[in-house]
Design a protein around this ligand. Structure first.
Ligand SMILES: Cc1ncc(COP(=O)(O)OP(=O)(O)O)c(N)n1
Ligand SMILES: Cc1ncsc1CCOP(=O)(O)O
Ligand SMILES: [Mg+2]
Length: 208
């Protein structure tokens, strides 16, 4: 079973598939334990090509690939799971469609949505934006207290939104099991090293 812990590398809106593969490889080599293919700009053809290319890389490194928004694409490629938000579909129906693949659900700043998502079969819930996000400035603000608010919420909890190496320790201390990162990971001049630094918040220093 996949451990839901550590750095969750969520891809940027990049058109260059070769470069996308290079940077995702760097993040994995730095210790990312989960990758999400998220490209809000890509059309159908590019989306399929990029997801397929990333799936090959993720398989090579034994890291699961989650597809954002597109359940059909996940099933067509036999990727490892999907992440859905409030407008992307019903969680229980998605669980039915994907069987035992991984299912993540956005819960914004709402503990009630998280409990419902858990009951409907989500494998993890995501709260965010935990900090101000340049990638998604309109995302609602989510307090870090959400991560430790209700003991009935037992599925892993993912923090997303404006996470940097400076503020990540706060999210981890608050109880986030994973850090989902876009801007501060891919915008870094040394992606592998940055991924290592995020990963060390969970593992401590390692030789990688
Ligand atoms: C891990 C993770 N958490 C939250 C989101 C956001 O999902 P959603 O609200 O559906 O917004 P978009 O990403 O589709 O713009 C996510 N993708 N991943
Ligand atoms: C998809 C998403 N949902 C809430 S914030 C966000 C964007 C996260 O990107 P960044 O790490 O650059 O803030
Ligand atoms: Mg979505």
């Amino acid at each position: 079973m996949t451990p839901i812990k550590g750095l969750y590398a969520v891809t940027p809106d990049l058109e260059d598939t070769e470069r996308l593969c290079e940077i995702v490889t760097e993040a994995i080599l730095g210790g990312a334990t989960l990758v999400q293919y998220r490209n809000k700009q890509a059309g159908h053809v590019l989306r399929i090509a990029q997801a397929q290319a990333l799936l090959a890389i993720c398989r090579q490194h034994g890291v699961p690939l989650i597809i954002n928004d597109h359940v059909k694409l996940c099933l067509a490629l036999d990727a490892d799971g999907v992440h859905i938000g409030g407008t992307d579909g019903d969680i229980a129906a998605t669980r039915q469609r994907i069987g035992n693949k991984l299912l993540g659900a956005s819960c914004y700043n709402r503990i009630d949505l998280a409990l419902q998502a858990q009951a409907a079969g989500a494998d993890y819930v995501a709260f965010g934006a935990c900090f101000s996000s340049q990638t998604k400035p309109q995302a609602p603000e989510a307090a870090l207290s959400l991560f430790n608010m209700n003991p009935a919420l037992t599925v892993p909890k993912v923090a997303i939104g404006g996470i940097t190496l400076d503020n990540a320790p706060q999210a981890v201390a608050a109880g986030a099991d994973m850090l989902a990162v876009i801007g501060s990971l891919w915008g870094s001049s040394d992606i592998r090293h940055t991924a290592q630094q995020f990963s060390r918040l969970y593992n401590g220093p390692s030789s990688s």
